[in-house]
Design a protein around this ligand. Sequence first.
Ligand SMILES: [Zn+2]
Length: 136
Amino acid sequence: MEKEYFCPSCSGYLKITDCIILLGKNQKKEHGFIILHPEVGNYTSRRHPSFKLEPYEAIELFCPLCHASLASDFDDNLSHLILQEKGKNFDIYFSKILGEESTYLVNGGKVTATGQHSDRYTYFKMSDKFKQYLKK
Ligand SMILES: [Zn+2]
């Protein structure tokens, strides 16, 4: 089951072997590459030690190919990528706050939430448009 991750702006491939490669910017406006795990719900990330991030720091994420912001339209605290699995495309939203484990996989009107913080914190900062998706 090969997964692919795309940039929503340029549709460029962001996953190489088992790494999703993104460009990050911290609150001090320093840049660095951030490597994410392609498995949904795996929050391990890697970066060069010179790219310093504080716990719970908000990290702006950008596509390394077209440099477009990956911030979601729904919520300032969520980043947005396209996930392709078994020939289907999903919108995937995840928290840009370091240490906040919230991921939302959206397929049409259906949302699957993953992560220990997915039902709090980010949810309360979400727009009504996104909240209505999460209502059961
Ligand atoms: Zn791009």
